[in-house]
Structures are given as structure tokens and as C-alpha cells.
Ligand binder design. Structure first.
Ligand SMILES: *Cc1c(COP(=O)(O)O)cnc(C)c1O
Length: 851
């Protein structure tokens, strides 16, 4: 039969445990194993069959089982405990949440967070990798902290693919359809009580999306789906898959995410006070907000002031392919009817997002996002610096250190990633409520030594055993599918040994992550892996993007190594890396390996998950590990530098990798005391937990976003709306005037050019600025100085110069005294930037003149 409708019918539920439904529809269970256990323990086999999805589970579980549970006192006791916790979480009482305690007056504001993917749980495959996991963790923590927060994205019915590996080692992408009636989502309802349906115009047609609501603890995610009437079949596929299809599909998806997403929030009656663009995919949302304001009578320049005042953009990758750009013919086709609604000409519209690296201008989503948001950040200190360099061209004249892109280092949602056994250990030896102290470094400093070595080690061995069992199951399934004989299958039952040093390597197979670096010197690797006294085994897992042939080739190579006589049983490749597998790997391996090409790993988060479970990291000093590594919480690979030649870099990094593995890591791991406990290794484990758990937690991260960006932007967004946007008009008018006259500006500096000073002495510096139509108050003239290394001067100090007088020729004179703080070689200069009390950022206009 051709399917027209699909309805999930639940069995009769005994009233005593009826709330199992309610619980199933809140992803709160995804970070509370005891809540998942209310389902899984009823029928463990079915729980596996339904992919750990409680909604599907309830539709298929036998009524007899439910009846039994409803009269089982032990089950009911657990049921009551979980629901009690759930109720207290959802309604925290007068004490409130962190946000309501810290910012009581802002609890009626809304932070809207746009992301193309959300990685919340394996049962909801609407994520592909680190970006999605980060979004999912961000939402969970926003809920924990009590932020007034909503997420906006897609409910991809086919999501990201499941991976199968063929006999030849080829990756095959399997798309399974997620039936929404069996997912923990409900249709979103607007203030009028109707289900929300929105539309956007694409070339020659209007396409519609239904909006679904997914509850993540206290916060809702609004997820769009285009598989609805009356869309044409091709348009129904628009939101079918994540990152699939051609450029037209991509731009259509991004139009739906950005423009459709704004319309969805409007239809829901939600008025965000802050807009957070998680990666450039959502950048069209700023255009849509401008369009709304232009429709209300503003100019584009005014609208832009309003939009930038309360929006934040987080960039996630320095890899060029990760920054979407579109050709102008595509922009003409998709936005030809749109720029007029912004009051812009084609040229003006294109100029906003223009990116030109010498082979022709394109429309860059990262450029658009940077230009139409007021605050921007990268995801680790190093990535912040790399991003400032990468996008410096948008602020010509600014020193790279002054480019307004900050950084907040990523973190992970602790309770989503901690193994239950480690959680129990922390409860016992740190504090029953240790979760209240996640980001309090002093708490960890003071208590980590309370955990006895043997308790930590034996807990770790329990996790290791579970990983080994998981891996054997997975290999068995994989090879049964491939039709292998029982002899070979039996081999897998023996694979992986608890006494071996097990190294975990799991992440997307993107080429910059260099999954095969370890194989650069095969003979050396053979020696390392084939020492019978000190066995070492490595588990690999990860998906390559279906269109990434070089990424897929890496999988093939590793697959062949895993089948070769010398590495069989020592190199293990597991298929279909997902959140479920990640939980086993980051808590059951002994060591977490990461060896990307520095500086392409913007942050990386899997190593943070590993560290909080007591796994030391062994990684390139890139992304978060460049901040996390302290010499005794894991090991580094290579040096803290970049190379021009990637082959040279790979030689240097792999040599360092083998050396450290042979000379430090393996001897430390296999150094057991008389009780059979590797005490030196355990010192590394504890140091990993102590240093990384607080610093690389999602709690620290979301608090940082809140205090540094969300709260100031809420305030600014509110201030700017007063008196019917009076400030905006003033500011937009002023900027226009400044832009017009800036080219006429001339700057003369007069001060000592060469010479010596004794410490404590000073020199006078004078500057004259001549400019049409601008007053001295509209200029910020700064004396800038800093250390001079060889020929490179670092601007470290900027001292405002004092306006003295208007000279007879009309020039403004400014004075300052330069008095160096320390001895050494210094350089100085003078610069002028436009200044206005309503500017958010000193450099937001991108205008600067140096002496
Ligand atoms: C954490 C995680 C990632 C991101 O890992 P990186 O080390 O940052 O690449 C990707 N996929 C899954 C399933 C994860 O759990």
C-alpha cells in the first residue's frame, strides 16, 4: 500500500506509571541514565531494537510488561525517584536557577540560538559531528542554568547517514527514515492555538515548512521540516538530509534555516532579545531581520544597526571548505527578488558579503555573518587568533590583534558524557552534589586526592570491559552482515584485551584530522603494537562526509590495516560512530589520541569528554589542548608551531608521536605496583580530571557566553529600541557622515624618531589631524606602543591623546606623553579612529588611520 498517513498508537498504560509518556517527550532523559533505565530495564532487547528511543519503545512494549512494572515495588520506587527529580528540575522553586539568581531582571528575555545541526542523543540523528554535539550540549547546559533560551534548526527526516563498511573497506551511507510520530517531538503551536507552518520564497515558488517542538529539559528547540503539503516532491526533500545535495540545495536549506527560522519564531510569538548564529549556515537570518525593519520604514543602514546590536556569531572552522560561499549567479537567482525589499541595489547587496581571494568574488556566509552581527568569536584561544588573521581583510588597517573576533573555548556537557560508574565514584569521594561545582576549579583542586588510586583504577577497568564488549558486539554484527564464517566471527569474540593499553581515535574522517598519521612508519608501528609484554591496541571509528573521497580513502586504508596479518586484532575499526559509541570510547579507552594538522582543529571536544572520565589526552597542541595541556595531565605531539609544508609537518609530528608513545606513555602505563595498580598512570588520570573537567565544561562555556555576550547584548538591544529607535537613527546618520569625510583625513605625527631614554624618562608626542566636517570629539586619537622584536612591533598599549587646540590652518592638535613601563626596545605610533558614544566596538566601522 502507498502510505498516506502514519500514526503511532500507544498501548494502554497503567495509570500509576502513565508519566512515562511525559518523560519520553523531554530529552532530559538523554543526560539522566536513571531515566533511560525506566525504559531499558523493562525490556532490554526491545530497547536496543528501537535504538534507545523511549517514544518508539512505548509504542512497541508489551502491555503485560507495563502491567508488571506497575505492580513491582522496586520499579515504582525508581520511577518515583526519577519523576521527583524531573519535577524539581522543571520547576526549581524560589531558589531559582543560576540565570534567575544572577540576572533576575532578564528572565523574560529570550536568547535564540540557530544551528544547522543538534547532537542530543543517538536516537535523533540530526547531527554529523562536533558542531552538532556542541549545539546539543549548549542547549542542555542552557537548560541546566535556566537560561531563557530557544534553539532553531531542522528536523531532518533522514538526518545524517548510518555508516556501513563493505568487505573492501568502502564506506556506505545508509539513510534511515525517522518517523516523527515515533520521535520525541510534537507539532509546535502558535499563540492562536494552531500548528505553525511557515513559508519562504524560492525561485518561482513558495515553499512551506512545518515547525516541530522538541523539549530539552526546560528549553524548546523549534525544528523545521519541509516534507509537507503543498510542497512539490523536490522541495519536500529540502530538509531531508543534513549537508547533502548540491549548491542549490545548500542555499535553499540556508534560506530556510535563516529566513524561515526568523519567521518560525515570529509565528510562535517569540521575540528574541539576542540572536546567536552558531556557524555561518544561519547568516541569512540577519538579512531577514533587516528586511522586517526596512518594511517598517527604516533604511538598510539603520536596520543594520538594530540587527548587529544584539547578535552574536560563532565561527567554527579555519578549514576553507567549512566556510560556505555562493557564486553570484546563484545569489541572483535566489535573492533577485529580495534585495529590493532591503532597499538595496544588487551591487550594494553583494558588497555586504563580498569575499575575494583573487579568483573572483563570491558571496561568503562567514563574511555575511561577521558583517551583520555585533559580536564574533572563535572556539579556542588559538582559533580566535587564527580567525582574526583569516578575516583581517574585512577590517583593513587594523592590526591583527585588534580585529574584533574574540574567543570562548568549547566545553562539553558533563552529565551527557560522564560514565555512570565515574559519576558514582565522584559522588562517593568528591561530594554527593559534585555536579553543583562543575566549573569551580578550586573544588577539583581540593578534592581530587580524595579518590583512592585503586578505586579509580577499578572503576576505569569496569568501563574498559564494557567498551571491549561493545566493540566485540559491533565487530560481530559487522562481519555477520558481511557473511563471514563462524571461525572468523569467533575471532572477534577474543578481540581486545583488558590488559592492553587501548588507544581511542574517533572523529569525523576529515583529511585535516590525519587519521592515518600513525601509519607513517609502518615498521615502527609494528614494533610498538607487537610487543607481547606490553600490548597496545588502537580503536578507530568515524564517518567521512559521503562526498569526501579522500576522507573515505582513509577509512579504506585503516580497514585494510585492521585486516592485515601484522595488525589484526591490534588495529580495530568500528563502524557507525555516533553518540552512543562515543560514550563507550571516551570512557573505556585508556588514552585519547588526536593528531590534526595544527591549526585546523578549531577546538575539538572528544578529548574533553575523555579527560573528564579520567583518560589522559595524547594530542597535537591545537584547539582546546593548546590550553588544556599542562605537562602532567597527558602528552603533547609535535611542537607549538605551524609549517608551510604538510609533509614536513607530518614527518615531524609522527616522529614525535612514536617517540612519546615508546619512551613515555607505554612505560608509564605498564608500570604496576605490588597491588597491580599503575600508580604513575593514575596520577595522569587524576590530573586530567582535575584540570579539564571544570575548565572544559559546558557550564563554564555557557556562563562565559552569557556574561560576555548575551547579557551585554540584551542590554544594548533594549537600549537601542528606546524612543522609537532614536539612537539608531542618530548612529546611522553619524556613520554615514564619517564614511563620507574619512578619506579627507590627514594625520601628522611629531615626536622623537630614534634615541634612548632612561627608565622613568618620557618623551612628548604631538599629532595633528586635519579632516573636513568632523569635530575633535568625533575622533579617538591614540598613542600606541609596544615591544619591538626584530622588525616586528606588537601594539600592547593604547593611550588616548589629549585634544589641545585647533590650529590656525584648521588642524586639531593632540598631545601625549610616552613613558615606557620597562626597559627594552619599543616602537610607537599614533592612530585615529572614529568615536561615538553609541558605538559598541571601538573598531566596528573598520576605519582607521595610522601616522
Ligand atoms: C564529541 C563528538 C564529536 C566531536 O569530536 P572531535 O574530537 O571534536 O572531532 C563527533 N562525533 C561524535 C559522535 C561525538 O560524540
Amino acid at each position: 500500500m502507498k502510505v498516506y498517513g502514519r500514526i503511532t498508537v500507544f498501548p494502554d498504560m497503567p495509570p500509576r506509571i502513565n508519566r512515562l509518556y511525559e518523560l519520553a517527550y523531554n530529552l532530559w532523559w538523554s543526560w539522566h541514565p536513571e531515566a533511560r533505565a525506566l525504559y531499558s530495564t523493562l525490556d532490554p532487547e526491545l530497547w536496543e531494537t528501537v535504538g534507545h528511543n523511549p517514544v518508539r519503545f512505548l509504542s512497541e512494549v508489551s502491555p503485560v510488561i507495563l502491567e508488571k512494572a506497575a505492580s513491582n515495588p522496586e520499579y515504582l520506587r525508581q520511577f518515583d525517584t526519577v519523576l521527583n527529580d524531573f519535577d524539581r528540575y522543571m520547576h526549581p522553586g524560589p531558589e531559582g536557577t543560576w540565570f534567575s539568581r544572577t540576572y533576575p531582571s532578564l528572565t523574560d528575555k529570550t536568547i535564540a540560538y540557530f544551528s544547522a545541526e543538534f547532537g542530543l542523543h543517538e536516537a535523533l540523528p540530526i547531527y554529523s559531528g562536533g558542531l552538532g554535539i556542541l549545539s546539543g550540549d549548549h542547549c542542555k547546559e542552557a537548560s541546566d542554568l535556566g537560561l531563557p533560551f530557544v534553539g532553531v534548526g531542522f528536523l531532518y527526516p533522514q538526518g545524517y547517514f548510518s555508516q556501513q563498511i563493505t568487505r573492501e573497506g568502502r564506506q556506505e551511507a545508509i539513510y534511515e527514515k525517522l518517523h516523527f510520530s515515533q520521535a520525541p517531538v510534537v507539532p509546535a503551536v502558535g499563540p492562536d492555538g494552531h500548528e505553525v507552518m511557515i513559508s519562504v520564497d524560492l525561485p518561482g515558488r513558495r515553499i512551506y515548512a512545518k515547525v516541530w517542538r522538541l523539549m530539552v529539559g526546560r528549553i524548546p528547540l523549534y525544528l523545521m521540516d519541509t516534507d509537507v503539503e503543498p510542497n512539490a516532491p523536490a522541495d519536500r526533500e529540502l530538509s531531508a538530509r543534513l549537508y547533502a545535495g548540491d549548491r542549490e540545495m545548500r542555499i535553499s536549506q540556508e534560506i530556510m534555516l535563516g529566513i524561515g527560522g526568523v519567521r518560525a519564531l515570529r509565528a510562535l510569538g517569540i521575540e528574541p532579545a539576542v540572536w546567536h548564529l552558531n556557524e555561518g549556515h544561519a547568516a541569512f537570518l540577519s538579512l531577514e531581520r533587516c528586511r522586517e525593519l526596512v518594511a517598517q520604514g527604516m533604511t538598510f543602514d539603520e536596520a543594520r544597526e538594530v540587527v548587529t546590536a544584539n547578535s552574536l556569531f560563532t565561527t567554527h572552522t579555519p578549514v576553507p571548505a567549512g566556510n560556505d560561499t555562493f557564486n553570484y549567479d546563484l545569489i541572483d537567482k535566489y535573492f533577485g527578488a529580495y534585495w529590493g525589499q532591503l532597499g538595496l541595489t544588487r551591487d550594494q547587496f553583494l558588497e555586504v558579503a563580498r569575499e575575494d581571494h583573487g579568483w573572483g568574488a563570491t558571496y561568503g556566509m562567514t563574511v555575511l555573518a561577521l558583517r551583520l552581527t555585533g559580536q564574533h568569536n572563535g572556539v579556542s584561544a588559538l582559533h580566535g587568533a587564527v580567525s582574526r588573521k583569516m578575516w583581517q581583510f574585512l577590517w583593513p588597517g587594523l592590526d591583527v590583534d585588534d580585529v574584533p573576533i574574540g574567543s570562548i573555548t568549547n566545553g562539553v556537557h558533563t552529565f551527557s558524557w560522564i560514565a555512570p560508574e565515574i559519576n558514582a565514584l565522584f559522588q562517593r569521594y568528591l561530594a554527593p552534589d559534585w555536579g553543583e561545582h562543575i566549573d569551580d576549579a578550586a573544588f577539583w583542586d581540593n578534592r581530587i586526592q580524595n579518590i583512592p588510586d585503586d578505586a579509580l583504577w577499578h572503576t576505569h577497568l569496569q568501563r574498559k570491559k564494557q567498551l571491549i564488549e561493545y566493540a566485540r558486539r559491533s565487530l560481530r554484527e559487522q562481519h555477520l552482515r558481511l557473511g563471514e564464517g563462524s571461525f572468523q566471527i569467533a575471532e572477534f569474540e577474543q578481540m581486545l584485551k583488558p590488559e592492553a593499553l587501548i588507544i581511542g581515535f574517533a572523529r569525523r574522517f576529515a583529511t585535516y584530522k590525519r587519521a592515518t598519521l600513525l601509519f607513517r612508519d609502518i615498521e615502527r608501528l609494528k614494533r610498538i603494537l607487537n610487543d607481547p609484554e606490553r600490548p597496545v591496541q588502537i580503536i578507530f571509528a568515524g564517518k567521512a562526509h559521503p562526498a569526501d573521497e579522500p576522507g573515505k580513502a582513509l577509512i579504506e586504508q585503516i580497514y585494510h590495516h585492521s585486516r592485515s596479518p601484522e595488525f589484526k586484532g591490534k588495529i580495530i575499526l568500528l563502524e557507525n560512530y555516533d553518540i552512543d559509541m562515543a560514550r563507550y570510547l571516551v570512557s573505556g579507552a585508556d588514552l585519547w589520541l588526536n593528531n590534526p594538522i595544527r591549526p585546523y582543529e578549531a577546538s575539538g571536544t572528544s578529548g574533553q569528554k575523555a579527560a573528564l572520565n579520567g583518560l589522559p589526552n595524547f594530542s597535537i597542541l591545537d584547539g582546546w589542548w593548546a590550553e588544556g595541556y599542562n605537562g602532567s595531565n597527558g602528552w603533547s605531539i609535535g611542537e607549538e608551531r605551524e609549517y608551510h609544508d604538510q609533509e614536513v609537518q607530518a614527518d615531524a609530528d609522527s616522529a614525535s608521536l612514536y617517540d612519546t608513545l615508546e619512551n613515555e606513555i607505554i612505560p608509564t602505563f605498564f608500570n604496576y605496583d605490588e597491588r597491580g595498580i599503575p600508580t604513575r598512570w593514575i596520577a595522569y588520570m587524576k590530573e586530567a580530571i582535575r584540570t579539564c573537567t571544570p575548565q572544559f565544561s559546558m557550564r563554564r562555556m555557557v556562563k562565559e557566553y552569557t556574561t560576555r555576550y548575551y547579557v551585554p547584548e540584551i542590554e544594548q538591544g533594549t537600549a537601542i529600541q528606546q524612543n522609537n529607535y532614536e539612537r539608531v537613527r542618530t548612529l546611522a546618520r553619524w556613520k554615514k557622515r564619517v564614511q563620507q569625510h574619512w578619506p579627507s583625513l590627514q594625520l601628522y605625527v611629531n615626536g622623537q624618531r630614534e634615541g634612548q631614554l632612561s627608565l622613568g624618562e618620557s618623551i612628548e608626542v604631538h599629532a595633528w589631524v586635519r579632516v573636513n566636517e568632523l569635530t575633535p570629539e568625533e575622533l579617538l586619537v591614540e598613542l600606541v606602543y609596544g615591544d619591538l622584536y626584530e622588525e616586528h612591533a606588537r601594539p600592547q598599549y593604547a593611550v588616548p591623546m589629549r585634544y589641545v587646540q585647533r590650529e590656525q590652518d584648521g588642524a586639531y592638535r593632540f598631545d601625549a606623553v610616552l613613558q615606557p613601563e620597562a626597559s627594552g626596545s619599543i616602537a610607537y605610533n599614533v592612530r585615529v579612529v572614529p568615536s561615538h558614544p553609541l558605538l559598541t566596538e571601538k573598531y566596528e566601522m573598520g576605519l582607521i588611520r595610522w601616522g
